[in-house]
Design a protein around this ligand. Sequence first.
Ligand SMILES: [Fe+2]
Length: 251
Amino acid sequence: MQNFDTMVTEHLAAIPDQMTAMLSEKFKRDTVVAIEHMLPSACVAELHSQASRLLQESATRRDLELEVTGGTPRNYLSVGREAIHAERGAITQFFECDAIRDYLSKITGEPMHRVPYEPEEYIINSQEKSGDTHGWHWDDYTFALIWVVEAPGVMNGGRVEYIADTTWDKADPKSCLEQYIRSREIHSRYVRPGTCYLMRANTTLHRVAPLTGDTRRTVIVFTYASEADLRDGSISHETMEEIYSPELTAA
Ligand SMILES: [Fe+2]
């Protein structure tokens, strides 16, 4: 799509400041905010058609329990950044669009940067059958924008669940995670297809609840770094390496 960037830039410039300020307040209060109006419908259609086609052509099934997040499960289809990037399509244009990053920075109240680790730039994940889930975890970098391509009916699971203001104890992830789940309020959100949510993902413990029927939940996850992330030499990528090790080793 030749004019993706221009269309998005014009669309975002027309959003009233008052609406952006309201989203910003919600984000600061809840650490997660749904955004309904991010893209013009033609760009939404481009994103969805690329994601759906790549899922059919290039997806790999993941079924594992992840040690680094205390043994929580991952059961879904995924398409990694390399296969998506090779097409230079709408998903890549979305990630590289300055106007989108600038707009999201107004909501978070701080500069957002392209993540300095290519495998985490963007990825497509799709839970496709009953029981499929993306278990409890934190992200390596501060911000995640999750674009919802397909969502189950409201009674069929697949909701995003989260516990705000939490810290990933990598020395003992299992006890730390269990302690939070036992003692803290778990928020649960249904996010409509064609919209997205922005999350402070390195301090918000989160998961995709298991699907409760044979339905689908497909998302494109975009990762962005904060200023602090860029200066933080201790950020590591065990999660990506453990889930996607064959591809990353080959890359
Ligand atoms: Fe995540």
